[in-house]
Design a protein around this ligand. Structure first.
Ligand code: ASP
Length: 320
């Protein structure tokens, strides 16, 4: 029965959810991005009922998300934006690999005015596995799409729905691979119903709409790299990247944004030379607490893990 007239658009990008292995028992030796998004949907029992309305499918890419490229992000953002502005579309589901899902979620969250739900669905087992998790994750994504008030960029995996800011892959093998850290997920999907633990709303959505315009005219993307603080760190990596023409640097600092003095000095030199530098922490939980005497020289990227701080800096530089 169709209760919602608006279309749900499913954009395929590849990933393990579309992966194929040689044998059903092989959960890791597969090739990601092999099954077309229409075939993925056709293999899910009860999908039409769960959708509660028409489903339209587009294959944006067919890649392993470890190989995510800016051109795929650009194509995905453009199509999402067009569909969000189309009154006949009520929601978007994106099938995506788990490896860089959190980066794509943060990217889309930043560039889209997502008044409708944009739900990333993934899997940790290939489509050929004895027990693939993709079909249930797709059904759960549709449950999220149809949940009252759902909006914004969201990610669904293993029965939980996460917000774009917090979602992070925490495990390389477990089916329940994602976490939202200390705050927990936004909610859970149980038998087709969403039990919300937190509000859907997320701050800052669409702040980089200008970047989307630049992406639409195919402006070149800036180069932003990530460096890390660790025992015995030096400034050599930073100096080499500066010589190589990098435009922005994100540093995964230790603890509360602390840096080896040699790395700190190199980052300050880089900043003085005109590079944009942002400090994050390599700690998986919490966020750097600003301490004027310690963090005055280099700006923090509050509350963002290094890979998401890099996405934000990329977009900041694109907007500039
Ligand atoms: N390497 C795969 C990908 O990110 C992993 C997965 O989807 O689980 O596409």
């Amino acid at each position: 029965m169709q209760v919602n007239a608006g279309k749900i658009v499913v954009l395929g990008t590849g990933g393990t959810i579309a992966g194929k292995a040689g044998t059903a028992g092989d959960n890791i030796g597969y090739v990601a991005g092999q099954v077309g998004v229409q075939d993925l949907l056709d293999a899910v029992p009860g999908l039409a009922q769960a959708a509660q309305g028409p489903l339209v499918v587009e294959q944006i890419a067919q890649i392993d998300s470890k190989n995510m490229e800016f051109c795929v992000w650009a194509a995905l953002a453009r199509r999402c934006s067009e569909h969000l502005n189309d009154d006949s579309v009520r929601a978007i589901v994106v099938t995506h690999g788990t490896d860089t899902l959190e980066e794509t979620a943060w990217f889309l969250h930043s560039v889209l005015d997502a008044r409708k739900p944009v739900v990333l669905a993934c899997a940790m087992r290939p489509a050929t596995a004895i027990a693939p998790d993709g079909p249930q994750n797709l059904l759960d994504a549709l449950a999220v799409v149809n949940a009252p008030g759902a909006h914004g960029v969201l990610a669904v995996c293993a029965g939980a729905v996460h917000g774009a800011r917090q979602v992070q892959k925490m495990h390389p093998y477990r089916v329940d691979a994602f976490s939202s850290g200390e705050g927990g997920p936004l909610g859970w999907i149980e038998e087709g119903c969403v039990r919300l633990a937190q509000n859907w709303s997320q701050t800052q959505a669409g702040w980089a709409l200008i970047a989307l315009e630049k992406i639409a005219i195919d402006a070149p993307w800036p180069r932003v790299e990530i460096v890390m603080n660790y025992a015995g760190a030096s400034g050599a990596m930073v100096d080499a990247l500066v010589r190589d023409g990098v435009q922005g640097l994100v540093v995964a600092a230790t603890g509360n944004g602390t840096l080896h003095h040699a790395l700190q000095a190199a980052l300050e030199r880089a900043q003085q030379a005109g590079l944009a530098v942002r400090v994050t922490t390599r700690c998986p939980l919490g966020q750097v607490l600003s301490l004027p005497g310690v963090h005055a020289a280099l700006p923090l990227a509050p509350g963002l893990i290094p890979v998401k701080a890099r996405v934000s800096l990329l977009l900041e530089l694109l907007c500039a």
